[in-house]
Design a protein around this ligand. Sequence first.
Ligand code: BMA
Length: 850
Amino acid sequence: MKVRTPLSRGWTLRLNTDRGTPEGAPPGLAGTTVPAQVPGCVHTDLMAAGLLADPYLDRNESEAAWVGRADWAYATDLPRRDNTFERAELVFDGLDTVAAVHAAGSLLGRTRNMHRSYRFDVTDLLEAGPAPLEVVFTSAYTEAETVRAALGTRPNSYPEPFNYIRKMACSFGWDWGPTLVTAGVWREARIEQWSTARLAEVRPRVTVDGDGSGFVEITVDLDRTTTGRDRPLRLAAAVGDVSSEVAVAPGEDTVTLAVRVPDAALWWPRGYGDQPLYGCTVVLTGEDDGRVLDAWERRIGFRTIEVDTSADAHGSAFTLVVNGTPIFARGVNWIPDDVFPTRVTDDRYRTRLTQAAEAGVDLVRVWGGGIYEDRAFYDVCDELGLMVWQDFLFACAAYPEEQPLRSEIEAEARENVARLMPHPSLILWNGNNENLWGFADWDWEQALAGDSWGEGYYLGLLPRVVAQTDPTRPYWAGSPWSGSWDHEPNDPDHGTAHSWEVWNRRDHSDYLTTVPRFVAEFGWQAPPTLATLERALSERPLNADSPGMLHHQKAEDGNGKLNRGLDPHFATPADFDTWHYLTQLNQARAVAAGVEHWRSHWPRCAGTVLWQLNDCWPVTSWAAIDGDARLKPLYFEMRRLYADRLLTIQERDGDLVIAGCNQGPAPWSTSVTVRRVDADGTVLASAEVALKAMERSVALERLPDSVTQFGDTRREFLVADADADADADADADADAGPDAGPEAGPGTGGLRAVHFACADREFAYADASYDVRIAEEGENGAVVTVTATGLVRDLLLQADRLDAGARTDRGRVTLLPGESTSWQVTGWSQPDADAARAALFCVNSGAGRE
Ligand code: BMA
């Protein structure tokens, strides 16, 4: 049986000064070695050795720039080989990026692609005994700048040369990320020893037949030793408890087996059914002695996936159809969870993806400026029923199609399509992020003057690789992409669209002006939680434009856009705390404006993919979960917006309607209480509206004039309350009142929609007034209960102000006089009512905060 010996110990790192020492390197570093982690990277090793200040703190990032410009050497010893095996190989699952690999004094090979694995025969080199191994990394800049000089400059939305090298693009900085150009052995390194033959690649194609049986066609590539070439072998495959075997003739090195599973249990996205996973194994044995030579194991799942792109009255659709069921995708965009991706452990993947699932997310798009994530990422998605849309790794730039890039890209695509094809969660391969759009709309075409830019990848090479390797998965050429050059790539009426005009230049109410077929990106910025800012920045007082705050804001004119986004709604914030609360609130409201509108247009609009779920360091960004994994108010808003049942007030043909968006499996029949309320809480008009939304559909009911005829929009607003749990047979539930808030999500019983017809800055709010009570609960837990004595708009309890480790279970709530609501707080070491009062914010603050 093949033996794998991880090479994770005894590594050291040194600066390689053969090409000189870059400016900024600490004096005396040349000649010193420090202990190194494998998998790992230079930055984290230098930090561990006390040679580099944490670049995530203050403005240390700027002082770390030299690291990415330097050359580095990693070294360890390879073990003596076990002579009972015919072959010994040195395997790297990932090298970041440009490396020369030397063992026992000889050069084994050179690498230039972070997204591939590498394998070197070291049988002879390990004969004599332990051999020194050295992996010498050249700065990624050196390679990228050399390729750029040879091929000529191509358009790029960012200043750094990431489009000339196959390396995680956002390592070079992004509009939410620091520029920290890494090097290192970033995935597992090991020695594999084997005899006769090994499984070089296993590619299971999983389909479901019309009779309900699952069909797995497994193609196996074999690698044989010289003596193994003539040996007859046997391959056995099993899926669940069904198995199949095939004899492998001497010399044969690609074999296909098939396993049919009768009555296969179907894998579904979360919320649509279960996620049954079947063990899938392949075992290679010698035909003559029956000895096991190698084995492979994964989990697979049975489901069908198509994208419905049919033409209709509105243009052409982009609707995911799983097991025959069309789905409104409740998505988030995923970026690398850390600029140093080796710090993202299996547990961290699980935590982050579980947070997404708990917010109602059912689709995660792995964005093209990051990486093909580790197996653990896709394993968790398989288990949680999160559909994965995987971009090929191209983002926001023109990519040359010449060598040396072209063959690297082909090899990387073939390897990763094969590696990820067992995962049922993977439902789509996407060619790139924004590059087709860039060519057509950002003047690239003129600038390129005929040079290659990547079209041959997105419309040629990549769909061919997917079709040849894994034809069970749909391929879409880009995000955004309208399906052909007949329409502009970001045409909202065709295919996928990115909605960025609104954040960049307009007010969030402008989301309501379009109904794209599928919104693959849209979002709004906000700063991270205060505790995250205070950990990352030492300057005091913090200000929106204090130096560290500006350093941790990477978007062009980001703070300008944040402030211009507040202008139409709120008076200029008087202090930092108010600015922080309002920008976070505006982020939640902006995303709500988009999702409520687009969801109410299902099935014409078939999905929203929020930019972005997560952050990779502490930063002001579009994320819902900040760089220290704390939840921004947007996170709770997303949970409301992505719940199976969403209640919202929308406009149709100039009239106000109540929309019941129901993506659940049962009809939703409820009575909605709609009230027009005065700023002082007096109910001016009230009506009951019967709403019946069939499963996976939207119901719209016009609101009666008696409620919608505002006397004075500066004093009056609408509140609609409904029961989230009512089904077709149950009566409408009167409980939907006090506890319901805009945040009411799964399990809270009531749903509330609030509609103001005038901006907050013009509304005749009285200062909020409310009582706060706390009840301690268990260890480090408490319940904060607020009872309103007047209108309280968008009341938010900021848990991190109670305790840096505290969490709450809810976001913002709007309360009418007499209503109360509670936040469950965990991780609060010293519960205290005054602290709770100081952590409560609302739009009409004043009296309420005293
Ligand atoms: C799109 C994304 C990212 C970017 C985001 C916010 O361009 O694809 O490149 O971070 O918008 O600007």
